[in-house]
Write a protein that binds this ligand. Structure first.
Ligand code: DGL
Length: 264
């Protein structure tokens, strides 16, 4: 699995829960986080390079635990790589379609994710009657990487970004960036009980389970799966967030150097 930083660990936590027998190797591209303000070509290149590191670890399946990379790089990864690749956009869209009653769905994400309109397309492919209202929230990822998960500054930024969506009377809000579930409490406080928050994590774990079963790739049930975490640049906050906010058992965080070029 990979993400630009710690956000994808929210998906790793769901995978650990549903598939405890699977070994997970997670890379956070901390040397280049955030991805969300970068161009499609750069996001595609980064995703390809990180996938090369995962293939070097003999990954049997790659989960793109990043909405930005899922929105912009998954088709290219699926065409190029020799293992199956799963992104998080469709799982998030499915969760939204299931949750909404009024068919007014809000989506928040990075600038690149929102501008790609990937959620809008995925949701409306599932139900064309749903109205999708989107808002980019570029300041949230740096706040989360900084570990400001319960902080008045984060509350204020959330209020500023979400005010219009609440006024527009959405009933469901997609946390369309794998970092955002780490701010779930603060977001919930602002939007109130009428709005259901959904994210990709659980549905993505289900999609992984399904794919492993179909392709006969699942680890034996007796296997005791491990989570190993690597980053591309030393990051002090990483372990703290993983263990404290997500309850994940992470041993030593390893360091990996990105190689440029297309993996084979
Ligand atoms: N967690 C990522 C996402 O889901 C990336 C955020 C970023 O690097 O900007 O979009």
């Amino acid at each position: 699995m990979f993400d630009s930083g710690i956000g994808g660990l929210t998906v790793a936590a769901a995978l650990r829960q549903l598939l405890p027998a699977e070994d997970i190797f997670y890379i956070g591209d901390t040397a280049r986080v955030p991805y969300g303000g970068k161009s499609a070509a750069t996001i595609e290149r980064y995703s390809m390079e990180i996938s090369g590191l995962l293939l070097a670890e003999e990954a049997k399946l790659i989960v793109v635990a990043c909405n930005t990379a899922s929105a912009l790089a998954v088709p290219r990864l699926q065409e190029t790589l020799r293992v199956p690749v799963l992104g998080v956009i469709l799982p998030g869209a499915r969760a939204a379609v299931k949750a909404t009653r009024s068919r007014r769905v809000g989506v928040i994400g990075t600038r690149a994710t929102i501008y790609s309109r990937a959620y809008e397309r995925a949701i409306q492919d599932l139900d064309p009657e749903i109205q999708v209202l989107s808002q980019e929230c570029p300041l949230l990822v740096p706040l989360i990487e900084e570990g400001w998960l319960d902080d008045p500054v984060s509350d204020q930024v959330i209020g500023r970004y979400l005010d219009q969506l609440v006024k527009d009377q959405i009933d469901t809000l997609v946390l369309g960036c794998t970092h955002y579930p780490l701010l779930r409490q603060s977001i919930k406080r602002f939007v109130g009980p009428q709005i259901t928050l959904v994210d990709s994590a659980d549905n993505c774990a289900l999609a992984v389970k399904d794919l492993l079963r179909k392709q006969k790739l699942a680890a034996p049930k007796t296997n005791l799966g491990r989570l190993r975490v690597a980053v591309t640049d030393a990051s002090t906050g990483f372990l703290h967030v993983a263990e404290k906010a997500l309850g994940l058992q992470v041993g030593d965080v390893q360091l990996r150097t990105v190689q440029s070029g297309t993996p084979n």
